[in-house]
Design a protein around this ligand. Structure first.
Ligand code: NAI
Length: 270
């Protein structure tokens, strides 16, 4: 059901790779709620061509940008403002990549060169995006920026590897830039800490299937889906959450505050 919550709003969506991507689901929901969109992803992801299907469905242009490249980001924000003929009301940062996970390097043996790239792509990219918007004065007053994170930033999930540190840094950037952008322009910046979700990035984590069913058993409401995450993003982009900023918001069916569940106790007793 659509409520026109984003009627007249204009947003940039980073990170729609295929139809499972959280960004893909969010773009569809934002479109349903009346938003105008610009889609972006890394040039290498655009070559897959999938994003063109989404672009058609939500009637949005695609502007490529590697989130670690400031020239690309400037070109993206300038292109988006030109397309919208005005400023941008919301941004979804749905980007993550771990080189050490890809190369099967355990946490205790990471390659530091890979690690720097991981932190740049998955965390400092939020700073780069915000800095670009800040320098170009590209966001409307009371604009809203959301980045996606995972609870491994607070608790240890051994196979999440260096991404746990990347997510902790990402949440720090959201909080600190949230202060400055709040004071300057009333722009709000939050992270959503999402349940494990079957996507390309998610499935890259070792033992992901076990991980997902454990979280399902440990959450009173079960795991939150990508579509439910998209709904939550819509509320944060809407005017109904104007005073929410600098927060890490758990969207995980209650997992983060559950010590143990009956289902897990029964499983352990087997
Ligand atoms: P996904 O694989 O569909 O999306 C990740 C996106 O990052 C891809 O579109 C990829 O092209 C993009 N990307 C990678 N390097 C880039 C670069 N240099 N420049 C621009 N874009 C780049 O997977 P998913 O799950 O939708 O991931 C979205 C976000 O949600 C990520 O931040 C992820 O860590 C986070 N998240 C995912 C969870 C899961 O279990 N799937 C759980 C909690 C958070």
């Amino acid at each position: 059901m659509a409520y026109n919550l984003l009627k007249g709003k204009k947003g940039i969506i980073f990170g729609a790779l295929d139809e499972k991507s959280i960004a893909w689901r969010t773009a569809l929901r934002c479109h349903e709620e009346g938003a105008q969109l610009v889609l972006t992803n890394a040039p290498v992801a655009l070559r897959m061509g999938e994003i063109n299907k989404l672009a058609e469905a939500v009637n949005a242009p695609v502007i490529g940008a590697d989130v670690t490249n400031m020239d690309d980001l400037k070109n993206l924000f300038e292109g988006a403002m030109k397309h919208f003929d005005g400023k941008i009301d919301f941004v979804l940062h749905s980007v993550g990549m771990s080189l050490n996970v890809r190369k099967n390097k355990p946490y205790t043996e990471i390659d530091y060169g890979f690690n720097q790239k991981t932190l740049d792509i998955s965390a400092m990219s939020l700073h780069r995006v915000l800095r670009t918007a800040w320098d170009l004065d590209a966001l409307s007053d009371w604009g809203s920026v959301v980045a996606l994170t995972y609870i491994a930033a607070q608790r240890v999930f051994p196979d999440y590897n260096e991404m746990a540190d990347a997510k902790a840094l990402l949440e720090g950037v959201a909080r600190n830039f949230g202060y400055h952008y709040g004071v300057k322009k009333k722009v709000r910046i939050n992270t959503i800490s999402q349940s494990p979700t079957q996507t390309t990035a998610g499935s890259g984590v070792k033992g992901f299937d076990g991980f997902i069913s454990y979280a399902e058993k440990m959450s009173p409401l079960g795991n939150a889906s990508a579509d439910q995450c998209a709904d939550y993003c819509v509320t944060l982009f809407s005017d109904l959450t104007k005073m929410v900023t600098m927060q890490n918001l758990f969207h995980d069916g209650g997992f983060s505050f559950t010590g143990v569940t009956q289902a897990v106790i029964e499983q352990m007793g087997k």
